[in-house]
Design a protein around this ligand. Sequence first.
Ligand SMILES: Nc1ncnc2c1ncn2[C@@H]1O[C@H](COP(=O)(O)OP(=O)(O)OP(=O)(O)O)[C@@H](O)[C@H]1O
Length: 586
Amino acid sequence: MRRAAIPLFALVLALVPLIPGISSFWITLLDNIGLAALVAMGLVLLTGVGGLTSFGQAAFCGFAAYTSAVLTTQYGFNPWATLPFALAVTGLAAVILGLVTVRLSGHFLPLGTICWGFSLYYVFANIEMLGRHDGISGIPPLSLFGYSLIDPRAVYYVIWAFVIAAALITANLLDSREGRAIRALRGGRVAAEAFGINPAWVKLKVFVYAALLAGLSGWLYAHVQRAVNPTPFGINPGIEYLFMAVLGGAGQVWGAVIGAGLVVMLKDALQRIVPVVFGTSFPLETVVYGVALIVILQVAREGLWPRLAALVPPAPPPDVDLAAEPLPVRTRSAATPILSLDRARKAFGGLVAVNDVSFAVERGDIVALIGPNGAGKSTTFNLITGVLGLTSGSVTFAGQKIAGIGPQAIASLGIARSFQHVKLLPEMSVLDNVALGAHLRGSQGFLAGLFRLDRAEERRLKAEAARQIARVGLAEHMHKPAGSLALGQQRIVEIARALALDPELLLLDEPAAGLRHFEKTALADLLRQLKGEGVSVLLVEHDMGFVMNLTDHIVVLDFGTRIAEGPPAIIKKDPAVLAAYLGAAE
Ligand SMILES: Nc1ncnc2c1ncn2[C@@H]1O[C@H](COP(=O)(O)OP(=O)(O)OP(=O)(O)O)[C@@H](O)[C@H]1O
């Protein structure tokens, strides 16, 4: 939803309870939708954007709800005063569970959330202080200026004020440096780390944020229902919340509201209508409910929000303020060679992929690493960038040994790379993808993103991204989703992203693959220009014409071993190279 439409949405919501004749039934339903939307919104960020599936969010509602229930009924706290405690307990639980869970990958992550989703239900149900299965009743309602919010119509305004506030700050977050880092989680660890993002840390933050939204919902729930028991905090509601996020459109903040509305209303309608129509005591509504959800998912795989959003004209592309103050640039190291490998070795079990390889890249040179398929070129890149650890030997960059310091630290020293298999976020705009490259040149974090205190820096990051996109000749595609570009162009976007890091050394893995002749010429011109600016380039490339015309120095690998190195004119004639590589190609 566009920002301008939010006040209108809020106004409509504010007027709903004033509709003549609207019954408390509908207001209660809307209250329940608002409560569920808060939890689903956390899942939009966690699952839809970050790709971390959680079935256990309902448990976080439980932490907050029980905290407030205990503090109000047993210690006489005012309900509002319990909110910080409820969120603190939820946040602490999320940090502990997050530290364990977000390390899991693939199927293990959702399985992990199911495990604690189940166990926490039984924990809540067996603690004496929490009233075991019966729970805690007699929880006081919220009150405002001495006016009790016991009526669903009164608490309705509080619930939806929280929903709108949560949607606004969540949308802010998505449109920030930290938001791009969260999106980058979907692109895999290697690409995120190559630009200085710490995936484990980002995952933990988004996990805690999603839990806090669930906690907010749980706290409100306790004071709306004025009784808590373990049932709403178990695994079944957890699955339902995930459904809401997915049905609404898992990557869309407002999709959470649509998804929550749909699921809550569908469930309620079926519970009332199916037994009357079919006159059976068998809970047929559960079956119909399941079938309805499957049908919706079949019809709208991306969720409902994108379908609704498509009905209105697309928002104009965001402005890029090219006059924004440029980001600080790196002080270039005087060290030469800028990079050297000394007997670098990588063995995968019995296979030696890189066999005691030594070579150097002089400052400001364009060096090519060539060799037949499987020669060990990409593995060498991965050793330099810290994606893989060395079996033995060393890598020195700008006079500093970099083996073992990790990909993020290596990126921060000024090594940027592109990938043999493009690793862009296809649904994110070219501009945002490239801005990710400048991640380390910004510093605004999660809170600044939530509350929009990062605008000045964001303008600078976006301006830098736009400049690099223009530099590689893709300015007209800046606002398109990266995945909509031809594969060759996507490789060029990766180069722009690498340039946004302000690198000293650029590692390009097959940059010319998929490019047309004039695009290759433009790329070669760009690389020469970078060389002129003192940027060193190491590239892997199979296009020999491109390599021979562009590079200062060539290193040839075969079966992991360096078989030759020297200037192009010499390499062209080297008998070992001709036999191993060029000969093989012929
Ligand atoms: N993670 C891994 N585990 C085991 N073997 C690997 C791994 N990565 C690469 N290899 C093997 O190491 C050797 C070198 O692979 P590498 O991808 O570095 O070659 P390359 O020169 O980049 O080839 P290409 O031009 O085909 O990309 C190959 O035999 C490959 O199968």
